[in-house]
Ligand binder design. Structure first.
Ligand code: PEP
Ligand code: MG
Length: 561
């Protein structure tokens, strides 16, 4: 069970009901009846007729193959590159011959197909958890594969997303990536999960689909079907005991906010005109196909071009992908991040040895130690796309730690004619040395997802410790301040491109700390624009100073509010 974010009572009783608190990870308001996602134990309920072991073995293996195909089909239909990559990886695991072999052996030993699948997946799961790091994160994927395969073996629907025939608020223990991407925003008004963290797949995908979401919401498990709740996906609050009149008012406010946000345009500015550029996080040119107005791209995650490859993409293919982004660019800024491999983005073609703790291993820019050719080719391709389009890209390296690393990166980039060279700050060591890094670079971009993980020593996928990953942790804000101060002294831009930039309550605080741009997925831009426009720079600075003095995220939020 999650501990509540420090200092915040998890449940408050009011006369009309209770307020549950979790982490608001996808902004928006919604009100409606709860519909719970069926527990996966439903899959093992009931009895099934015994069949010959070899028939059970055939059923079990076919079920795994069916699950693999279904996941591959979902991957093909996925609009978001993040979703596509996650689903492709799951489909690949389901098709693993070792997994199929152990399912077959269990069935031939006399187990029913569902039991054979459960036992084989449990065995694989244990091996993944023991391996730790990236592999342990994949354990949840295996649970989803197991559920899908058992459903296939029992001729049940693979997705447990309910379909009550009316719009509803979905409540689940946690959601798999596959379930999240099949959510229909027309019927799923909001998502509440008992588990999950701010950078979990559920959070990232819910935000990309514009569905308000609260994760790590203690007590969500107790919500019953039909209970009418009001959800605030920014504040992370869920209220029960909501009457029809109040629900109608929430719906009205939500529609009004959406309409206002749709109409919102123009550069990011505080109420008194201090500029804070609003930029987009993208994985490919397809992500630029949006009506949301923004001032450019603040994070082009190029690794989606490299995932699931047996060899690195050729130079021509890379040039074409970068050109497509440069040609479709809104505004005048594009920040290309060079390949960020490792941990949650393993790339087999790099041929790197297995590590016991990959999050602390050869990640991001560190890959250059083993494979400088991969970085050099990528920089050549970015420079070629820049020449072909006349666009002047900013280029940055992920996961840097030392001055020597950034000096080497800058030399490689500049020797190819790339003018604006920067780095991501994702490691506390880099934040503490921001001034020295900026002596070698033109800009910094703070990756708060990884910076939280490494500052608070919590795996970024760890649902149970989600409160420590809260971007309002004062220690994280202190490191952001360190970088922004260094930028101010050097007269160089320092942006934020982690999920913290998408939090409309935090945006004014980041601006007050001195951050010069905020980069996020398209749907988050309007709310952040509105939030900035509602405060003067002096108010933002006051909020920032107060938040820095807080002892925990809850206090930081309330001091800044
Ligand atoms: C981050 O770490 O904050 C970031 C933006 O990079 P990614 O989420 O791709 O690791
Ligand atoms: Mg990162």
């Amino acid at each position: 069970m999650n501990e509540p974010p420090e200092g915040r009572a998890p449940v408050t009783e009011t006369s009309g009901g209770v307020t549950l608190r979790g982490l608001g990870v996808s902004p928006g308001l919604a009100a409606g009846p709860v519909c719970r996602m069926e527990d996966s134990t439903r899959l093992l309920d009931g009895h099934w007729a015994a069949a010959e072991p070899h028939v059970e073995a055939g059923t079990a293996v076919r079920a795994l193959e069916q699950a693999s195909r279904a996941l591959a089909e979902l991957a093909e239909r996925a609009a978001e590159p993040e979703a596509r990559a996650i689903l492709e990886a799951q489909s690949f695991i389901a098709a693993d011959p070792l997994l199929q072999e152990s399912v077959r052996a269990n069935a031939l030993d006399g187990m029913h197909a569902p039991d054979a699948i459960t036992a084989a997946c449990a065995h694989h799961r244990e091996a993944l958890v023991t391996a730790g790091g990236y592999f342990a994160e994949r354990a949840a994927d295996l649970d989803d594969i197991r559920n899908r395969a058992i459903a296939a073996a029992r001729n049940l629907p693979m997705s447990a997303i309910p379909d009550p025939g009316h719009p509803f608020v979905l409540v689940a223990d946690d959601l798999s990536p596959a379930d999240t991407i099949t959510l229909d925003p027309a019927t799923v008004l909001a998502v509440i999960t008992e588990k999950g963290g701010p950078t979990s797949h559920t959070a990232i995908l819910a935000r990309a689909r514009g569905v308000p979401a609260v994760v790590a919401c203690r007590g969500a498990r107790e919500l019953r079907d039909g209970t009418r709740v009001a959800v605030d996906g920014a504040l992370g609050e869920v209220r029960t005991g909501v009457g029809e009149a109040e629900a109608a008012e929430v719906r009205w406010r939500s529609a009004e906010i959406r309409a206002r946000l749709r109409a919102s345009a123009g550069p990011g500015r505080t109420a008194d005109g201090h500029p804070v550029k609003l930029l987009l996080n993208i994985g490919s040119a397809a992500d630029l196909d949006t009506e949301v107005s923004a001032e450019g791209v603040g994070l082009f995650r190029t690794e989606f071009l490299f995932l699931d490859r047996r060899s690195a993409p050729e130079m021509d293919e890379q040039v074409a992908a970068y050109e497509a982004v440069f040609r479709a660019l809104p505004g005048d800024r594009v920040v290309v991040r060079t390949l960020d491999a490792g941990t949650d983005k393993p790339l087999p073609f790099l041929g790197l040895p297995e590590e016991t703790n990959p999050a602390l291993g050869v990640r991001g820019l560190r890959v250059v130690r083993a494979r400088p050719d991969v970085l050099d080719t990528q920089l050549d391709a970015i420079a070629a796309a820049a020449r072909a389009t006349g666009v002047r890209p900013w280029v940055m390296a992920p996961m840097v730690t030392t001055v020597a690393e950034v000096a080497d990166f800058a030399r490689r980039a500049r020797s190819r004619g790339i003018v604006d060279v920067g780095a991501m700050v994702e490691v506390p060591a880099a934040a503490l040395r921001a001034s020295r890094l900026l002596a070698e670079l033109d800009f910094l971009s703070i990756g708060t997802n990884d910076l939280s993980q490494y500052t608070c020593a919590v795996d970024r996928q760890h649902g149970e410790l989600a409160d420590l990953l809260d971007p309002w942790q004062p220690a994280l804000l202190r490191l952001v301040a360190e970088c922004a101060d260094a930028g101010r002294r050097a007269g160089k831009p320092v942006g934020v491109c982690g999920e913290a930039a998408a939090d409309p309550l935090l945006a004014p605080v980041l601006a007050g700390l001195g951050v010069t741009s905020l980069s996020m997925s398209a749907l988050s831009v309007p709310a952040v624009r509105e939030a900035l426009a509602g405060r003067t720079l002096a108010e933002c600075e006051r909020a920032a100073r107060s938040a820095l003095e807080a002892d925990d995220p809850a206090e930081a939020r309330s001091r800044a509010g």
